[in-house]
Design a protein around this ligand. Structure first.
Ligand SMILES: NC(=O)c1ccc[n+]([C@@H]2O[C@H](COP(=O)([O-])OP(=O)(O)OC[C@H]3O[C@@H](n4cnc5c(N)ncnc54)[C@H](O)[C@@H]3O)[C@@H](O)[C@H]2O)c1
Length: 388
């Protein structure tokens, strides 16, 4: 079901938890987007969210999915509910943007992609942070040859310290969560956007501290039992020949890590936290000691984390794609990300190297005017990225 460029889009949100406000705030900065209403299995939460944001309270998820006025469903339920909600929505002809991971298991993702193959609805999947300036700038710099031939990459995922800020972080320490499936998607999608798809992985994982004490001031639980690995190390072999390493840990309590580095024959690129939409990309030539900031290749208009990080760029990407643009935050990319992360756990369980079946193409680079006009170019990417 394609849509006219510039058509109004009416959004129904399923899942009224912690991240809903960030979506409403972000979506309201996007032209032609209208947040219509919300639904939750917990009616009290739907009611509170509807009142807080002045939107319609649906009496059930089914009522929202059956409403002809809803064009796009934003699925921000916990990971274990992602596949069922997305499947129910696309099978009713809705387009869906789902939070990450695409589902809590690859088996669910297979079944979801099968449903999509016969549905008229399209599925987009978070993370969308790679659409922002830092990752687009790093990609442009690599494509322009700033670091020469890319040889290696290293990613380190520190603990998001959810015990300190999420009212109920239980799902972050259970199936679909852990540092791999909760935070890993930001890093893997950022690496794939810069370096292309991953060919095989091997890894080792374990559970660290268990149980976890929840200290958030608005907590609904006091402790959480951990049932998935909280510390993982992996080797990522990219189809391009680049060799990467990944450390993903909810037992690494530090903000002072190098989130992503890419090593080339001519120099090193350092990328900021890929969970954010902001931050400098820095470069050091191999033969020198001085780091310098790579000028950003694009700016996002009215997209500021002053009041907390907004969300919703991926929904704009989905809507752009319905009007004919190439889809960047695609279901195929979301599937690849999950396959990479789940295969690390499988590698640890079986002590084998896991060859991946999915091999999506790199999403196209963003251009001025993309994301419903939100992207402003700051100049020619190839020239600016390689200027000293
Ligand atoms: N909290 C964050 O800062 C954050 C940031 C980025 C992404 N995310 C992602 O967003 C998603 C939601 O996270 P959250 O922190 O808002 O979770 P949450 O637990 O605070 O809220 C989830 C809501 O979904 C509802 N729900 C559960 N199953 C449902 C179903 N089948 N149908 C309808 N509603 C259902 C729950 O009742 C709850 O209100 C997760 O995938 C998470 O990874 C969260």
């Amino acid at each position: 079901m394609s849509r006219e460029p510039g058509a109004d889009t009416h959004i129904g949100i399923v899942g009224c938890g912690n991240i809903l406000s960030a979506y409403v705030r972000g979506l309201r900065t996007l032209p032609t987007m209208h947040v219509l209403g919300c639904a939750d299995v917990d009616q009290e939460r739907a009611s509170q969210a509807a009142e807080a944001h002045g939107i319609k309270e649906f009496s059930s998820v089914d009522e929202l999915l059956d409403d002809d006025a809803v064009d796009v469903v934003v699925n921000i339920t916990p990971p274990v509910a992602h596949a069922a909600v997305s499947k129910a929505a696309v099978s009713r002809g809705k387009h869906v943007y789902s939070e990450k991971p695409i589902s809590a298991s690859l088996a669910e993702a297979d079944s979801l992609l099968h449903a999509l193959s016969t549905a008229s609805g399209r599925l987009g999947c978070a993370p969308d942070t790679f659409l922002a300036a830092p990752n687009q700038t790093a990609r442009a710099a690599i494509d322009a040859g700033l670091i020469g031939e890319p040889i290696g990459a290293a990613a380190t995922i520190p603990h998001s310290r959810a015990e300190e800020w999420h009212p109920d972080p239980s799902f972050l320490f259970g199936p679909g969560g852990g540092p791999l499936l909760d935070m890993g998607p930001y890093y893997i999608v950022g690496l794939v956007n810069c370096l292309g798809p991953i060919y095989s992985v091997s890894g080792a994982t374990r559970i660290g501290a268990n149980p976890r004490r929840v200290t958030a001031t608005n907590r609904r639980v006091d402790t959480v039992r951990v049932t998935v690995p909280t510390h993982a190390v992996a080797i990522l072999r990219f189809a391009s020949g680049v060799l990467g390493t990944l450390t993903a840990s909810f037992d690494l309590w530090s903000d002072h890590v190098q989130h992503i580095e890419v090593y080339g024959t001519e120099g090193i690129l350092r990328l900021p936290d890929p969970d954010k939409f902001e931050g400098d990309v820095t470069f050091k030539a191999n033969a020198q000691n001085e780091w310098r900031v790579v000028p950003p290749v694009l700016a996002l208009q009215n997209w500021s984390s002053k009041d907390g990080v907004p969300r919703g760029l991926g929904v704009a990407d989905l809507v752009d794609s319905l009007a004919g643009s190439l889809h960047r935050t695609s279901a195929e990319l979301g599937y690849h990300v999950l396959e990479v992360l789940e295969s690390i756990e499988e590698s640890s369980r079986t002590e084998t190297v896991q060859r991946l079946e999915s091999c999506p193409s790199r999403p196209p680079a963003l251009r001025a005017g993309d994301l419903l006009g939100k992207v402003a170019s700051t100049g020619d990417a190839s020239v600016r990225a390689s200027e000293p």
